[in-house]
Design a protein around this ligand. Structure first.
Ligand SMILES: [Zn+2]
Length: 300
């Protein structure tokens, strides 16, 4: 009797200690994720009236005009103050942002849209395909396949912003002389939007294109039925992006387009635009993504 009671007490102590350990590990894990997601980047001008104002290698682009600005993407949920700081470091005012746009409704690109919307009073325009997931703060994203249940753990969640307008493929969004053309390139998400931005740099007329994403998550099965059009969506998106003659290659992550290296090369090269002119890098990125997609698809 005494023995079994002391066994029970020991068991309780051990399970309590285990629970404390698991709780501690979880808190540390969340703190590490937050730290890794809030590494500030320096803002810089890309070309013409287009500026990088993102952080932690997640892009956000400010497109300026005397009549007001367009801001594309809102980074992670804690990036709001960092993006606003970058905007003011460049000499602009968040209050002059008239329209907020988004590449896609994932927590690393839509995370601070609500904060930025509240700070600026800007309208948020979202593609039809991503509007439901955006309005739900990331919940129920079918393109994530079975991993969408991870939303409940918090990692994929973001504060749901107010959607002011639904945009369609091919729409031109304009504030004064700031212009961006929407190319809906679905697959990564249903409404994944790549942005074509016409720019003037001195006498040059340039076209920047920011690729939304061409990543197919490893846990999404093309035949699972969770998002049945994912295969045809990806194939159409590769072709669509190839049809845009991009001079300046941008993307929703800086590393994809090597933006920090290009910016350093620009500083070292007497502010020449040359390092940012990269149509080959743009096409090579699409080709690589397509090969990865086809390899995966043919192995099924
Ligand atoms: Zn994404």
């Amino acid at each position: 009797m005494t023995q079994s009671r002391s066994f029970l007490t020991r068991w309780r102590v051990v399970s309590l200690a285990l629970m404390v350990l698991v709780g501690f590990a979880f808190t540390q894990w969340r703190a590490a994720i937050t730290r890794n997601r809030t590494i500030p980047d320096e803002p810089f001008r890309i070309a013409g009236n287009l500026y990088y104002v993102g952080h932690t290698g997640v892009t956000a682009f400010l497109l300026t005009s005397p009549e007001g600005h367009i801001l594309i993407d809102g980074g992670y949920p804690r990036h709001g103050p960092l993006i606003m700081e970058s905007i003011s470091k460049l000499g602009f005012d968040i209050g002059d942002v008239r329209i907020l746009l988004n590449s896609h409704a994932h927590s690393d690109h839509a995370g601070s849209l609500r904060d930025l919307q509240q700070a600026s009073g800007a309208e948020l325009w979202v593609s039809r395909g991503d509007s439901a997931v955006m309005a739900d703060g990331g919940r129920g994203d079918k393109a994530l396949g079975p991993a969408r249940f991870a939303w409940y753990l918090g990692g994929l969640r973001f504060p749901a912003p107010r959607i002011d307008r639904i945009l369609e493929d091919g729409d031109t969004i304009q504030v004064g002389s700031a212009r961006a053309v929407a190319h809906v390139t679905p697959g990564h998400t249903r409404g994944c939007t790549s942005w074509e931005i016409p720019l003037e740099e001195g006498d040059l007329e340039l076209r920047a294109v920011s690729i939304c994403s061409l990543t197919l998550f490893p846990f999404v099965s093309l035949t699972s039925g969770a998002y049945p059009e994912v295969g045809t969506d990806f194939e159409a998106s590769f072709q669509r992006l190839r049809s845009i003659p991009a001079d300046i290659f941008l993307a929703s992550h800086t590393s994809w387009a090597d933006l920090h290296r290009k910016n350093r090369a620009r500083q070292e090269g007497g502010d020449s635009i040359a390092p940012f002119i990269d149509p080959e890098g743009y096409r090579a990125f699409i080709d690589r993504a397509e090969r990865t997609y086809l390899d995966r698809f043919s192995s099924h």
